[in-house]
Design a binder for this molecule. Structure first.
Ligand code: HEC
Length: 149
């Protein structure tokens, strides 16, 4: 009994006990991908506001948002592959797991278009930024129509 207690203690001290993270726990995975999508949304909408002229164009600000999008657009997809996460809890349709290859491809396209947007933002050329932003923004609806409630 005492021995078992000590080994449990040692195990937790050595950090071997599994923490509940998005990469081991289905409910946490849903939270992680939803949080990633919120970051995608906020960074994208700030660029959209500049592209549409609602707020003043600011090269440095666009570059910051594009840098963020290049990273955060790669994040949600892993969290759709955590064991048990297809059981629901979020707004993803069952179609995601029935067509994982197609879904993954659409996710990779979003990330590739974000990388292209970053290249355009680094160049500082407005026309290139507008074009790259349009390409990036088209991905949202293309995926949501089939895969999001
Ligand atoms: C490859 C598919 C795909 C692409 C591309 C995609 N989304 Fe989504 N999005 C989803 C799915 C699936 C969900 C539902 C996730 C869940 O609840 O588990 C979602 C959820 C969201 C949510 C809700 C998050 C929450 O808090 O519940 C927002 C906001 C969002 N997406 C914004 C965007 C924006 C903006 C883009 C484009 C820049 C985008 N998404 C591109 C599939 C996609």
């Amino acid at each position: 009994m005492k021995k078992a207690l000590i080994s449990t203690l040692l195990l937790s001290l050595s950090g071997l006990a599994t923490a509940s993270t998005a990469f081991t726990d289905a409910a946490e995975a849903v939270k992680y991908r939803q949080a990633s999508f919120q970051l995608i949304r906020h960074n994208m909408l700030d660029i959209r506001d500049m592209v549409q002229g609602n707020i003043e164009w600011d090269d440095a600000r666009i570059k910051r948002r594009a840098d963020a999008l290049a990273l955060v657009s790669t994040l949600p997809w892993e969290a759709f592959k955590v064991a048990g996460t297809e059981q629901g809890g979020g707004d993803a349709k069952a179609a995601v797991w029935q067509n994982m290859a197609d879904f993954t491809e659409l996710g990779e396209k979003l990330a590739a278009d974000a990388a292209a947007l970053k290249v355009a933002a680094d160049s500082g050329e407005q026309a290139a930024i507008r074009r790259a932003f349009g390409n990036y923004a088209r991905n949202c609806k293309a995926c949501h129509d089939n895969y999001k409630n």
